[in-house]
Design a protein around this ligand. Structure first.
Ligand SMILES: Cc1cc2nc3c(=O)[nH]c(=O)nc-3n(C[C@H](O)[C@H](O)[C@H](O)COP(=O)(O)O)c2cc1C
Length: 386
C-alpha cells in the first residue's frame, strides 16, 4: 500500500474538501459517533461542548447516538433529543462547534429489543418479534442478559416513526447541521433488517427494510435539502460485539452476514439511493487483526448501489483511509477510537504524527478524565493515568 506519510508535503486525499449532501467539508476525516455515557440527566453538558469543540477540525462530527424517545432507551447515561431541556443542552454544544468552525450532525438511536426492563421502568423492551437478541445490555446495576421482547404493534411502529420525525426536528432546532439514522449494530432498525430477529407476518416482515425507509422519510421531512445520513453495518457478526462477553449457553448469535441478509441490504441500499440523502455511512467487518487493512471489496459492493457520498468505517488509519478514497471507493472515512485520544486527528494526519492511543478505561462513563483531557499536538504525553 502507498504510504501517505510525507508530512505536510504529501498529497493526502483525506485532506481534500468534499461535498456531502448540503454540507461542505474541508477534509474527509469524519469523527464517527461514539457513546461516551457522560450524560447522567440524559442531557448534554458543558463537557460535551468542550469535547466536541476540541474535535471541530474534523471534516464532520457525527455526535453520539441520542435517544429519539423515552422508550428508545437502552444504555445508561446517554443523552436524548426528545425533550425541551435536551434540545437546549445540545444547542450549547452545536454553538461551540460552529464557533470553532466545525460541522456536527446528531445520530438518532433507538435500542429496541437491545435494552432491559431495568432501563425502562420495569417494562419489557419491544422489538420486531418476540426473539431474544442474545445481547448483553449495560444497566445501572451492571451488564445483564437481554430478555425476550414484546412484538411491536403496528400502532407502536407508527408511533416510533413519528418519534424519529420529532427527534429530527428537535435536532434541527438544537442547531445540528443534519442527522444520521443509526441502522447499524444490534439496535432497533438493525433488528428489523435481521431475518433471524424479524419474524413478523405483516408488511414489516415481508419487507424488512420498510421500517428504515419510513424512518428516513419522516426524518428527512424535518429538513430542506440533503441533511440526513444513514448508517448501516451489513457485515455485522459476533466479532463486532463490544464487551462485555455473553454468558455461556445463550445459543447462536443472531447476526451473521450471509447471502439472505446481504440481499436484504442490497435492496434497502438501492431504495435509499432513490431518497435525498446526504450520505451513506457503512461500518465494515472488523479487520482480521488489529492494524490489518480493512477489506475494501465489502464497501465496493454498496458503492455500486448507492450514487451519493459514501463514508466508510472500521479499523482505518491514515494510510488505509487515504487509499480507500484514492481508489474511488469512499468519499470520506470515519474514525472512532482514534478520535478519543487525538482531538486534533486531522492535524496529526497532515503533519505525519503518530496518533496516540486512549487509555481504554474511560470510554464509557465518568467525567472529564479520559474525555476532554487528551492533549492537542504536540502532545505525545502518555494518556492520563497511563
Ligand atoms: C466508545 C465507543 C462508542 C461508540 N458508540 C457508537 C454510537 O453511539 N453509535 C454508533 O453507530 N457507533 C458507535 N461506536 C462504533 C464506532 O462509531 C466505530 O464504528 C467503531 O469504533 C469502529 O471504528 P474505528 O475502527 O475507527 O474505531 C462506538 C465505538 C466506541 C469505541
Amino acid at each position: 500500500m502507498i504510504r501517505y506519510d510525507e508530512g505536510t508535503g504529501g498529497r493526502q486525499p483525506l485532506l481534500t474538501p468534499v461535498r456531502v449532501g448540503d454540507l461542505r467539508l474541508p477534509n474527509r476525516v469524519v469523527m464517527a459517533p461514539m457513546t461516551r455515557a457522560r450524560a447522567p440527566g440524559r442531557e448534554a453538558t458543558d463537557l460535551h461542548a468542550a469535547y466536541y469543540g476540541q474535535r471541530a477540525t474534523a471534516g464532520l462530527i457525527v455526535a453520539e447516538g441520542a435517544w429519539v424517545s423515552e422508550r428508545a432507551i437502552g444504555f445508561p447515561d446517554v443523552p436524548g433529543v426528545f425533550g425541551a431541556g435536551q434540545v437546549a443542552a445540545w444547542r450549547r454544544v452545536t454553538d461551540v462547534v460552529h464557533a470553532l468552525g466545525g460541522r456536527i450532525v446528531l445520530q438518532l438511536w433507538h435500542a429496541g429489543a437491545n435494552s432491559h426492563p431495568d432501563l425502562l421502568g420495569g417494562a419489557l423492551p419491544a422489538g420486531p418479534s418476540p426473539v431474544d437478541p442474545g445481547e448483553v445490555c449495560r444497566t445501572p446495576g451492571g451488564p445483564k442478559d437481554t430478555v425476550t421482547p414484546r412484538e411491536m404493534t403496528a400502532a407502536e411502529i407508527a408511533g416510533t416513526v413519528a418519534d424519529y420525525g420529532a427527534a429530527s426536528a428537535n435536532a434541527r432546532r438544537a442547531g445540528f447541521d443534519g442527522v444520521e439514522v443509526a441502522a447499524n449494530g444490534t439496535y432497533l432498525v438493525a433488528q428489523f433488517l435481521n431475518p433471524r430477529l424479524n419474524r413478523r407476518r405483516d408488511g414489516y416482515g415481508a419487507d424488512r427494510g420498510r421500517l428504515l425507509l419510513e424512518i428516513v422519510d419522516a426524518v428527512t421531512a424535518a429538513w430542506d435539502g440533503r441533511r440526513v445520513g444513514v448508517r448501516l453495518s451489513p457485515y455485522w457478526t459476533a466479532r463486532d460485539r463490544p464487551s462485555p462477553a455473553r454468558s455461556p449457553g445463550r445459543g447462536a448469535y443472531p447476526y451473521t452476514a450471509d447471502e439472505e441478509s446481504l440481499a436484504g441490504y442490497d435492496a434497502v441500499v438501492a431504495e435509499l439511493d432513490r431518497r435525498p440523502l446526504a450520505y451513506l455511512h457503512l461500518w465494515g467487518r472488523a479487520p482480521a487483526r488489529p492494524g490489518a487493512v480493512p477489506d475494501f471489496d465489502e464497501f465496493a459492493r454498496f458503492r455500486k448501489l448507492f450514487g451519493g457520498p459514501l463514508i466508510v468505517n472500521h479499523g482505518f488509519g491514515r494510510d488505509s483511509g487515504n487509499a480507500v478514497v484514492d481508489a474511488g471507493i469512499a468519499d470520506a472515512v470515519s474514525f472512532a477510537e482514534l478520535f478519543i485520544a487525538n482531538p486534533d486527528l486531522v492535524g496529526r494526519f497532515a503533519l505525519g504524527q503518530d496518533p496516540a492511543s486512549d487509555d481504554g478505561r474511560s470510554r464509557y462513563g465518568g467525567g472529564a478524565r479520559g474525555y476532554v483531557d487528551y492533549p492537542i499536538w504536540p502532545g505525545h504525553q502518555p494518556p492520563p493515568g497511563g
